[in-house]
Write a protein of this length. Structure first.
Length: 206
């Protein structure tokens, strides 16, 4: 390999690491509803205590059932779970957050029966004011993806999904691939880039 090609390769590697290294772990546990395992081509309703990470109403989990495939992995959840109890369905998860830090949140959603389905997504800081979004742009034709960023105002923050249409019916509102990822501070990114640049220059001198 020529010196020029080796230097170019190191530069490409450093650039790739600069983008890959700051990636943070998903703070949501079991965000793709892969646990507990459901038989392929089937569905099953679980009590929240049986679904790691999640609390609230019963959760119905599908594994590529009835012609529907997961957005991520092989399983996904139906918010409007079996059986109905006369009130809205709601599932939630509490995560540890750092006050003042920014977080990216995203999830996939899809209508099961018709495009009029709707649910509310809420970010609720412990002891603080809830941020709420009403998701009405469902389609049975495929998955949509919600993305946004929030700044934590408490040491614990709750992410909650609540059925709206249908509110109490047991058919509707699929969810998958729920993620919350901390946004690296600009200073951290700058230091990382400088460090990788120094590594590349050091190897180039050698």
């Amino acid at each position: 390999m020529s010196l020029f090609r080796r230097i170019a390769t190191l530069g490409t590697l450093s650039l790739s690491l600069a983008f890959a290294a700051p990636a943070s772990a998903n703070l949501i546990v079991n965000g793709s509803f892969e646990d507990p395992d459901v038989a392929t081509g089937a569905w099953q309703a679980f009590f929240p205590s049986d679904v790691p990470g999640w609390e609230g109403s019963r959760i119905e989990i599908w594994d590529n059932y009835n012609g529907r495939t997961a957005y991520e992995g092989t399983q996904f959840a139906e918010l409007n779970a079996d059986p109905g109890n006369g009130s809205a369905f709601s599932i939630f998860q509490d995560i540890d957050t750092v006050i003042g830090n920014a977080y990216n949140v995203s999830f996939a959603y899809q209508a099961r029966q018709n495009n009029n389905e709707a649910f509310e997504f809420s970010i609720i800081p412990d002891g603080g004011t809830s941020l709420d979004w009403l998701l009405t742009d469902h389609t049975t034709a495929g998955w949509s993806v919600f993305t946004d960023t929030f700044v934590a105002t408490a040491l614990s923050t709750r992410l909650m999904f609540t059925s709206v249409v249908p509110e109490t019916g047991t058919i509707g509102n699929f969810l998958d691939d729920v993620k919350v990822v901390a946004v690296p501070e600009p200073g951290t990114l700058a230091l990382l880039s400088v460090g990788l640049l120094g590594l590349g220059l050091s190897r180039r001198r050698r």
